[in-house]
Design a protein around this ligand. Structure first.
Ligand code: PEP
Length: 252
C-alpha cells in the first residue's frame, strides 16, 4: 500500500515572513493528517525559517533544485549536504520550468538525483511531455526518454527512495488538468517501465505523483486512479485553504 504524498512547489513566490505565516496556518489546518505525507518546497532563502516553523509537525521540507557537486567554484549553486544540513527531506529535480528555462537535461537530472541520494535527500523527479509532443502521439516516447536518462545507473534500492512526478507540461500553471484517464494512462506506463527496469516489487512500491493544475475540485477524481499516489502542486499550494483541501482530498 503506497502512502499518498502531496508536495507544494512554491516556485519563486513568498518571502520569509509570508512563508512562515503560511506554514503556521498549514500546521494548524493539517495537524491531524497522518495518512498523507505532506511536503512544502519554498524558495532557498526561506528554507531555514521554514524548517524552524514546521519543526515537530507532520509537514516536511523540500528544496526546488540542487547541484551535484559538494563544493567548489560553482557560483550560485547549492550542494545536497547544505540542504540536508538545514532540514530538507525532499528535493524537486528536473521540473519542466528548469528544463525549459535553465537548460536542464536528462543528464543533469541524473547527476542531481545521484548526488541527492548520496546525501540522504529524497528526489522528486519530474517528467512529462509538452503539448506538441502529446499531439504528435509522442507522450510515451518522451516519458521513456526522461525515465531512461534520469534513472540511468540508479540501483533498485535507490529507486525506492525516489518519487516520480508525472507533470504534462501543457497542464502546468495553465488551469488545464489532465483527465483522470490521461493521468492514469501515463502513470501506468511509468509503473510498467519500472517493472521492466527493476521488478514488480519496486514498481509496486514507488510513488508516482501527478502535477498540473491540481485543485481542491479535481484531487479526488485524480486520486481515485489506481496508479496515482499524490500530487505535486504549484499555484494551489500557495494558499492555506486550497493546499489543505488538496491534502485532505488525497486520502485514499
Ligand atoms: C508545478 O509547478 O509543478 C505545477 C504542477 O504547477 P501548477 O499546479 O500551478 O500547475
Amino acid at each position: 500500500m503506497r502512502k499518498p504524498i502531496i508536495a507544494g512547489n512554491w516556485k519563486l513566490n513568498k518571502n520569509i515572513k509570508e512563508t512562515v505565516e503560511l506554514l503556521e496556518a498549514l500546521k494548524k489546518e493539517l495537524a491531524d493528517i497522518k495518512d498523507v505525507d505532506i511536503a512544502v518546497c519554498p524558495v532557498f532563502t526561506s528554507l531555514v525559517d521554514a524548517a524552524k516553523a514546521i519543526e515537530g509537525s507532520n509537514i516536511k521540507l523540500g528544496a526546488q533544485n540542487v547541484y551535484w557537486e559538494d563544493s567548489g567554484a560553482y557560483t550560485g549553486e547549492i550542494a545536497p549536504a547544505m540542504l540536508k544540513e538545514i532540514g530538507c527531506t525532499y528535493v524537486i529535480i528536473g521540473h519542466s520550468e528548469r528544463r525549459t528555462y535553465f537548460g536542464e537535461s536528462n543528464e543533469t537530472v541524473n547527476k542531481k538525483i545521484k548526488a541527492a541520494l548520496v546525501h540522504g535527500l529524497l528526489p522528486i523527479m519530474c517528467i512529462g511531455e509538452r503539448l506538441e509532443e502529446r499531439e504528435q502521439g509522442k507522450t510515451f516516447a518522451v516519458l521513456e526518454d526522461h525515465l531512461q536518462g534520469g534513472l540511468e545507473g540508479i540501483s533498485a534500492d535507490d529507486m525506492l527512495k525516489i518519487i516520480i512526478a508525472y507533470e504534462p507540461v501543457w497542464a502546468i500553471g495553465t488551469g488545464k488538468t489532465a483527465t483522470p484517464q490521461q493521468a492514469q494512462e501515463a502513470h501506468k506506463y511509468i509503473r510498467d517501465f519500472l517493472k521492466k527496469k527493476y521488478n514488480e516489487d519496486i514498481a509496486a512500491a514507488v510513488r508516482i505523483q501527478y502535477g498540473g493544475s491540481v485543485k481542491p475540485a479535481n484531487i479526488s477524481e485524480l486520486m481515485a486512479q489506481e496508479d496515482l499516489d499524490g500530487a505535486l502542486v504549484g499555484g494551489a499550494s500557495l494558499k492555506v485553504d486550497s493546499f489543505s483541501q488538496i491534502v485532505k482530498g488525497a486520502r485514499k
